[in-house]
Design a protein around this ligand. Structure first.
Ligand SMILES: [Zn+2]
Length: 322
């Protein structure tokens, strides 16, 4: 049987059902649930999508301001975290399957990032810092003259979430590490040679009704965890460029607490199920939408912006329910 490592394990449906039932008025109340309480919500994926999988592929995306040339990006001058803040703070609904950005370089496939992957990436990173022998290993190739323009290539080894499975090794390319004009374009071109079920889950082919979808790259938790390792590596050398130009939303401890409750204290009443109680755990789409609902009500700063003075270091986040 495939089992998750203890750090990543969530309560099963049967375990959750044994907790004390609490009724909630809105999704935000999930944050108030105690360790031994649970609630029941309705499925969150909007009608019209036949499955959560279809929703994660074809649902609406949040789009931080896009540039179509390096000059445009330079004229604006803002860095990714500011563009995300603007876009996240503008949403007036929460049925989103992620956010996306468009590269300017050779590989123009849209990069799509779901909040669930951002959370799981932060969880893998915290695991690698809190459990001995699981460190993320980062080997940069950043000496070439082209690094200013093309970004660094960095070979990363990231621990797996599954028991008895070794680290997965891959190369991130176009990593911004030089404080240059080109860093704006470099960060948008981020890519990798990594492949895993979380990436393939969303593979999407050409749809004639979508001008942007001549292929799409889904960023996964392993790549985000690796990037957090890269931020730390360069931070240690007093180089803040990887952090400054990070295209991935880094969660606050508060949204981590909310996410943990989604996995351990919430069941979904789904009338389409064959089982007698019609209950299941929240699926990927439910979790993604619930996370966006918190972005909508609390704003970017409290949810997907990690503030050291308030949250401490992402490496030290608490990933268990108190
Ligand atoms: Zn992956």
């Amino acid at each position: 049987m495939i089992r998750k490592k203890l750090f990543f394990r969530e309560d099963t449906k049967a375990q959750i059902k044994k907790k004390d039932y609490v009724e909630i008025a809105m999704l935000a109340d999930i944050l108030e649930l105690g360790k031994d309480e649970f609630t029941i919500i309705s499925p969150l994926v909007p009608r019209g999508f036949e499955s959560t999988r279809k929703f994660m592929k074809h649902g609406q995306e949040v789009k931080p301001k896009r540039y179509y040339s390096l000059d445009q990006a330079l004229n604006d001058g803002r860095v990714p975290v500011q563009l995300r803040e603007e876009a996240f703070d503008m949403i007036q609904e929460h049925d989103f399957c992620g956010y996306s950005f468009l590269p300017l370089g050779r590989d123009r496939r849209k990069r799509k990032v779901s909040l669930v992957e951002c959370l799981e990436g932060a969880r893998i990173y915290a695991y690698s810092k809190q459990v001995r022998g699981t460190e993320i290993i980062v080997r940069p190739y950043d000496r070439s003259k082209r690094v200013r323009i093309d970004g660094a290539e960095i070979v990363c080894s990231v621990p797996s979430r599954t028991e008895k499975q070794g680290k997965t090794k891959f190369k991130l390319v176009s990593v911004p590490v030089v404080d240059s004009r080109e860093k704006h374009a470099v960060s948008l071109d981020i890519g990798s040679d990594h492949s895993c079920p979380s990436k393939r889950f969303n593979i999407r082919y050409k749809y004639t009704d979508d001008k942007e979808s001549s292929g799409i790259i889904n960023v996964c938790c392993h790549e985000i965890a690796a990037y957090l390792g890269i931020i730390e590596h360069y931070w240690g050398k007093k180089n803040i460029v990887p952090l400054q130009m990070c295209q991935f939303a880094i969660p606050s401890q508060k949204i981590v607490d909310f996410y943990l409750r989604l996995g351990n204290n919430v069941l979904v009443k789904d009338l389409s199920l064959g089982s007698e109680d019609k209950l299941r755990k929240p699926d990927r789409g439910d979790k993604e939408i619930a996370l966006w609902s918190q972005v909508e009500s609390l704003g970017y700063d409290k949810t997907f912006y990690s503030k050291r003075s308030r949250d401490g270091d992402v490496a030290d986040y608490i990933w268990s329910l108190e």
